[in-house]
Write a protein that binds this ligand. Structure first.
Ligand code: PLP
Length: 427
């Protein structure tokens, strides 16, 4: 099929940003059966392949969000479909209380490739971070007289369960459903003196994202992350890296910590690990391996179907040249976004590998996201003035070129709409 036959007609720049026509398969009322957890556009998506998705009106969309950096190998990659089909046909779920082959294979390969000693599989990033918090508190009980406090960064996002939400930076969520879980303290990101000042006898760990995602794709500086590691070693506390978004090749290496030459005691993975299915992992190294049977558990932990998906994703990422290709495509995306930012007088470009954020000169990111949707391009806005790009790790340069064309049209559309608004106000 020629994907470009499904391309939309060129947008008229004079047309203001508009919601696309709703494309409903079921009754319009069906959407009201869903709790309004997130705002969704009207499209109903029915099919995906690689970097493309199609809605129920057969319109094609170039996907540079990939479910929020989840579909690491793109939509419905053959390797994942095959692995899951074979696993589903033989054994989906013997139960968390039994070993299964996929769980053991993934555990061994993940520990080996990340230099970890133990792993526990879970379903979501938030759940993996809950596990990291439990692991750190258990370690504090054993080795630091019950110290339990964890220092995290302002504007960090570690997930939406209570422990993960309490760990996340203030200002990250609109409603934190108080009261929060005690035992967390936030300090500014990329600020070593603030961290030094915050540590006390009750501190058991420092927990950070190597690249803050929801804050607007803000990478830690090398000086900072190395300094954090040094501080943890000097004080004998744990370093926890939340690599739920940055891990599994997203930043051009298997783990982002490798880009910094840092080694955490505990690493959490999620999102890209399952390649599109819910799978997360809690990795522990050395002294941090201190859990005993019964202390972590969950009905679907180590589920055979999900871990089979994880094996397929990990094996693909570890194939020769895969990560080099991520870095190469990332560089290409960076250069293209940089050129576009210059033409449209936009702001800073931040990120690593295939994880990029572009700040805008004003708070129009949501408008650009809507205009991009109209142009058949899917991107997200983690902040009112920031766009985020997380394409498939196997995205082609042709798709990057196509994305840049569509994004340029979205910028033009928003700029025209802004001009219309200004004129209307002036008259
Ligand atoms: N940690 C980070 C860095 C994230 O970006 C997210 C989600 O966006 C989470 C944790 C939570 O992951 P999940 O939504 O799978 O619970």
């Amino acid at each position: 099929m020629n994907l470009f036959n499904l391309r939309r007609p060129q947008a008229h720049l004079a047309q203001p940003v508009a919601e696309p026509a709703p494309a409903h398969e079921s009754t319009p009322e069906a959407r009201f059966c869903l709790m309004p957890s997130v705002e969704r556009p009207a499209q109903v998506f029915v099919r995906g392949q690689g970097s493309w998705m199609w809605d129920s009106d057969s319109r094609a969309y170039l996907d540079f969000t990939q479910g929020g950096a989840v579909n690491s190998l793109g939509h419905s990659p053959a390797v994942l479909v095959k692995a899951m089909t074979e696993q589903a046909q033989s054994l989906m779920n013997p139960g968390a209380g039994f070993y299964n082959r996929a769980m053991l294979t993934l555990a061994e390969r993940l520990c080996q490739s990340t230099g970890s000693d133990q792993v526990h599989f879970l379903n979501t990033g938030a759940e993996a971070n809950e596990g990291a918090i439990k692991l750190a508190r258990k370690w504090g009980q054993l080795h630091r007289n019950g110290a339990h406090r964890i220092i995290t960064a302002t504007r960090s996002c570690h997930g939406r369960s209570f422990g993960a939400m309490s760990a996340s930076g203030s200002g990250t969520f609109d409603n934190r459903f108080e009261p929060q879980l005690p035992g967390f303290i936030n300090v500014p990101f990329n600020d070593l003196p603030a961290l030094h000042a915050a540590v006390d006898a009750q501190t058991v760990a420092i927990m950070l994202e190597p690249v803050q995602s929801d804050a607007g794709v803000i990478p830690a500086t090398e000086h900072y992350l190395k300094g954090v590691e040094r501080l943890c070693r000097e004080l004998g506390i744990l370093l926890i890296l939340d690599e739920v978004q940055t891990g599994m090749g997203r930043c051009g290496s298997l783990l982002a910590e490798q880009n910094y030459g840092v080694r955490a005691d505990i690493v959490t993975l999620g999102k890209g690990l399952g390649g599109g299915v819910p799978l997360a992992a809690l990795l522990a190294r050395g002294k941090a391996c201190c859990l005993e049977p019964g202390e972590l558990g969950g009905t679907h932990h180590g589920n055979a179907l999900m871990t089979a998906a994880g094996v397929a994703v990990l094996d693909t990422i570890l194939e020769k040249d895969f990560l080099a290709q991520v870095r190469d495509a990332g560089q290409y995306l960076r250069e293209g976004l940089g050129r576009l930012a210059n033409s449209y007088a936009q702001g800073e470009l931040r990120g690593q590998g295939l994880f990029w954020g572009l700040t805008l000169s004003d708070d129009s990111a949501e408008d650009v996201v809507k205009a991009a949707l109209y142009e058949g391009l899917l991107i997200t806005a983690p902040q009112p003035n920031c766009l985020r790009f997380t394409p498939a790790l196997c995205v082609s340069k042709g798709n990057i070129d196509e994305m840049l064309l569509r994004l340029a049209r979205a910028f033009a559309r928003v700029r025209t709409a802004q001009l219309h608004c200004r004129r209307a106000v002036a008259t």
